[in-house]
Design a protein around this ligand. Sequence first.
Ligand SMILES: *Cc1c(COP(=O)(O)O)cnc(C)c1O
Length: 356
Amino acid sequence: MQEIRVELTKNPKQKPTDESKLGFGKIFTDHMFMMNYDEGEGWHDPRIVPYGPISLDPAAMCLHYGQEVFEGMKAYRAKDGRVLLFRPEKNMARLNVSNERLCIPLIDEAFCVEAIKKLVEIEKDWIPTMDGTSLYLRPFIFAVDPHIGVHPAKQLIFMVLCSPVGAYYPEGLNPVKIYVEQNYVRAVRGGMGFTKTAGNYAASLKAQDEAEKQHYTQVLWLDGVERKYIEEVGTMNVFFVIGDEIVTPALQGSILSGITRMSSIELLRSWGYNVTERKLSIEEVAQAADQGLLKEAFGTGTAAVVSPIGELKWGDKIMNINNGEIGPISQKLYDDLTGIQWGNLPDNMGWTVEVK
Ligand SMILES: *Cc1c(COP(=O)(O)O)cnc(C)c1O
């Protein structure tokens, strides 16, 4: 394995004192991880350096053609002081899935997990301790060749930033109102929907903006071809409890394969629930709502973990789910996932990785 060079900052920043005001993604720690790729040399010069601006040629290809991929994960502080990561090898494996689709040279997954552990170890005093808080980690790769021609990059940079983040639900798990998007689509099969790449998020801003204007938290995306089948909600995967079946849309190329989704399916099945990954139309959900069979709906993702859905608006139809309250399955899933992630419950699945 390559040696990671470490250059510590001479000017450590003041750490936030009020952990109830952290918010999300606004504050960054003292250090960041970087390494470069150059054709012929491969990934090289891995280093942990003081956090700060980087200089780019204005012709850097990422700025023109969006050849960029990223990941989102967290480091958690357990009550006994341990520092935990949740399935970090899955994030690095998914980064390579994104890399492959965007013609970005693959990374050494095990090495990058080690690099992240080393960075978190150096920044461990930045991990907040209040309930529900964590250190959000943002690995990303972007193309930097100074070249205004469309072709796969020959020079890239991989970086990891750390950001202390607040509790997603400071007042407890609150069901959200979701708006079914009928005009805009996020991704189509054959495109990049299954990757975490910048362009997918640029494509989602307009719908998100319009949903917020109508006082909805996020949008529920329908498939880009027929606008009929459910895909995701905002930047979360989505589950519906219909009768005694828990349904989540199957991964068919336009949906992101969430690590929280994967973990939720495994946990729910281990508890004996019937979880199916299949095509699910918005019409089927509306019919289930009319027949009183739509018991719960929730989103899953690293940021919120589990986000119960209390209301769905599809055109003129408003579906109230579980009287706008959190249901028992959503609650149990949230309690168990967060219990494992923050080290308060035994990790029978072997999902957590201690940083030490
Ligand atoms: C990151 C992301 C998710 C959730 O993935 P997790 O690995 O569970 O955090 C779901 N959908 C989209 C579009 C995402 O970007």
